[in-house]
Design a binder for this molecule. Structure first.
Ligand SMILES: Nc1nc2c(ncn2[C@@H]2O[C@H](COP(=O)(O)OP(=O)(O)OP(=O)(O)O)[C@@H](O)[C@H]2O)c(=O)[nH]1
Length: 348
C-alpha cells in the first residue's frame, strides 16, 4: 500500500492514484505558495528549472513549473516516475548518458536538459504522489546538503497539500453544518405529518400579525377548523388512514388558501388559518371553498367512498383583544358549528 517499490508497480498503482485524487490538486490553477517553494528549490540547487510535479495515470502534471513552459508531459516522458521508487533524492547526473532517458524530448530538444534531481512527495500514509525536482542544462551533481534541503522543501510541499485538504474538509463540514442548521430551523417550525406550520411558529405569526394590525394594517380574519368525526376514521380504518386524512386536508388547504395566508396545525385534527388583509365576508367565501373541496375529495383507499368534513369558527382578528381570549372565542364558535350539525362555519 505504501510508496511504490518498483517501476513495474506503477503500471497498476490504483491506491496511489486514489490517494492523489483525494488531494484534489490535479488541474487546479497555479498558486504562489507552490511557486515559492519551487523557486526556492531552484535557487538552493542552482538549477534553472524547478517543478512541483504529480505523477498521474498517464501523465505528469505540474502544480508549479519554474523555467519550463508546459504544465504537463506524457508519462513515458517522465523522469519523476522513477523518483517515486525511493525515499531519498533521485539523481540523474546526465540524462543523455542514461538509456532510460536519452531518447526523451527534454534531452533531444534544441536546448536540452541534462541533469535531474527529484525528491519524492510522500504523504503521511506513505504514498509518493510526485516530486519536487530540479533540472539543469548541463550534466552535474548535487551536494549532500542541497539534497537534504530539496528533501526538506518536498516535505513542505506535502504539508501545504495537507493544509489545503484540511481547509477543504473544514469548508465542507461548515457547509454541511449550515445545511443541517437550516433543516433544523425548518423542522422547528413545521408539523412533521402535514408540513404545515406547527403550533409554535403559528403562534409567532399570530403575534406578528397582531402587532401589524395594531399599527394599522388592513383587517385580518382567523379560522379555527376541526375535522368532523375524526375518531371514527381512526377507529374504523386505522390510525394510518387517519394520518393520510390529515395530510389530505393539509394539501387541500395549500391549494385553497392564498399564498399570503398561513395555515397551521394547532394539534390533533384541529387547524388554524390566518387570512391577512381579508374581511369576514371574503373569509366566509374561503371557508366555503374548503367545505366544497372536501366534499369533492373522497379519502383514498376507502370503500365505500367517504368524504371528510370540517367544522369552523371564524372571527375578525381584533388586535386589542388578548390572543387567548380570541382563541377561546373561536373555540366556542367551533363548538356551536359542531352542535348545529357539523360541516359548517360559525362567525363570531
Ligand atoms: N391518525 C391520527 N389521529 C389523530 C392525530 N391526532 C389526533 N388524532 C385523533 O383525532 C381524534 C379526535 O377525536 P375527537 O376529539 O373525539 O373528535 P372527532 O371524532 O373528530 O369528533 P368531532 O370533533 O366532535 O366531530 C382522536 O381519536 C385522536 O386520537 C394524528 O396525528 N393522527
Amino acid at each position: 500500500m505504501a510508496a511504490t517499490s518498483s517501476l513495474e508497480a506503477l503500471v497498476d498503482d490504483t491506491e496511489r492514484l486514489q490517494a492523489l485524487q483525494r488531494y484534489g490538486i490535479l488541474d487546479t490553477p497555479m498558486e504562489p505558495a507552490y511557486d515559492e517553494l519551487a523557486d526556492i528549490a531552484g535557487h538552493v540547487c542552482e538549477a534553472p528549472v524547478a517543478l512541483v510535479s504529480f505523477v498521474d495515470r498517464d501523465r505528469q502534471w505540474f502544480k508549479s513549473a519554474q523555467g519550463l513552459p508546459n504544465r504537463e508531459t506524457p508519462l513515458d516522458q517522465s523522469v519523476c516516475r522513477y523518483a517515486l521508487r525511493q525515499p531519498n533524492v533521485f539523481i540523474v547526473p546526465d540524462l543523455a548518458q542514461d538509456v532510460r532517458f536519452a531518447h526523451y524530448g527534454i534531452v533531444t530538444q534544441k536546448h536540452p536538459l541534462r541533469f535531474y534531481a527529484g525528491a519524492p512527495l510522500i504523504t503521511p500514509d506513505g504514498y509518493a504522489l510526485g516530486t519536487l525536482c530540479v533540472l539543469d542544462h548541463r550534466p552535474r551533481q548535487l551536494s549532500p546538503r542541497a539534497q537534504e534541503l530539496l528533501s526538506a522543501l518536498a516535505r513542505q510541499v506535502v504539508r501545504l497539500l495537507e493544509l489545503h485538504r484540511a481547509n477543504d474538509r473544514q469548508g465542507q463540514m461548515l457547509a454541511e453544518l449550515d445545511a443541517a442548521r437550516q433543516q433544523m430551523a425548518v423542522l422547528a417550525h413545521t408539523d412533521v405529518l402535514t408540513g404545515l406550520a406547527n403550533r409554535r411558529s403559528f403562534t409567532e405569526r399570530l403575534r406578528q400579525e397582531q402587532a401589524l394590525l395594531q399599527r394599522g394594517n388592513e383587517p385580518a380574519c382567523l379560522l379555527m377548523m376541526d375535522l368532523d368525526h375524526f375518531k371514527r376514521i381512526n377507529d374504523v380504518h386505522g390510525h394510518h388512514v387517519g394520518d393520510q386524512a390529515l395530510q389530505l386536508f393539509a394539501d387541500l388547504c395549500r391549494s385553497v388558501f392564498r399564498a399570503a395566508d398561513v395555515v397551521g396545525r394547532w394539534g390533533g385534527e384541529e387547524f388554524l388559518a390566518l387570512l391577512p388583509a381579508t374581511g369576514v365576508e371574503q373569509a366566509q367565501a374561503v371557508a366555503q371553498r374548503v367545505h366544497v373541496a372536501l366534499a369533492q375529495q373522497p379519502l383514498p383507499g376507502i370503500e365505500p367512498p367517504q368524504q371528510l368534513s370540517v367544522s369552523m369558527g371564524l372571527t375578525l382578528f381584533d388586535p386589542l383583544r388578548p390572543l387567548d381570549v380570541t382563541l377561546r372565542l373561536l373555540d366556542s364558535a367551533l363548538y356551536t358549528a359542531k352542535r348545529e350539525g357539523r360541516s359548517r362555519t360559525v362567525v363570531v
